[in-house]
Design a protein around this ligand. Sequence first.
Ligand code: GRF
Length: 186
Amino acid sequence: MRDPKRVAILISGRGSNMRELVEQAKDYEVVLVASNKPLAAGLDWARTHGLPTWTWDSKIVAKEPWDQALSQALDDHRVGTIALAGFMRILSPGFIAEWRGRIVNIHPSLLPKYRGLDTHQRAIEAGDAVSGCSVHLVTEKLDAGEVLGSVEVPIAPGDTPDSLEQRVLAAEHLLYPRILSEFVQR
Ligand code: GRF
């Protein structure tokens, strides 16, 4: 039985949002950390902290079998909510349909502005006064599902994509655990 309060986090890299989701977990439990990159730094952190992990290098396998294997691992752990956190892979429409309404993601912009990559550079180049981050439902369309919560971060004069990224990341670390707690209860 899928239990909404049993959360899997999907990562591809350093996993700083994953760490915050684990350390600030309230109303939900992180029961699995999964990655398409066996060497993702975040996996080491998860293992060190006693969390079950699952990984299969997505470079060596086709999309559908990878997604099916992940789905099986999620069901083995009775996962009911999937939190993407720096997961740099597009999930197949079949997987998204199977988990419809149960996958969330954090994105470093004020959606619907700047879907996709290079959000900080695009916000600075556009001359925006504010940027921010958003937690949204994952649908077949990239970064386009219902926004569950967002927070604004002012863009300072002289900000570079790197300096803005750091401040937005700090905001992500507060926003994501809060919205996930609300989401697993709705
Ligand atoms: C974050 O900026 C997140 O918004 C984006 O990818 C980055 C992941 O960073 N989707 P981390 O792996 O959580 O540190």
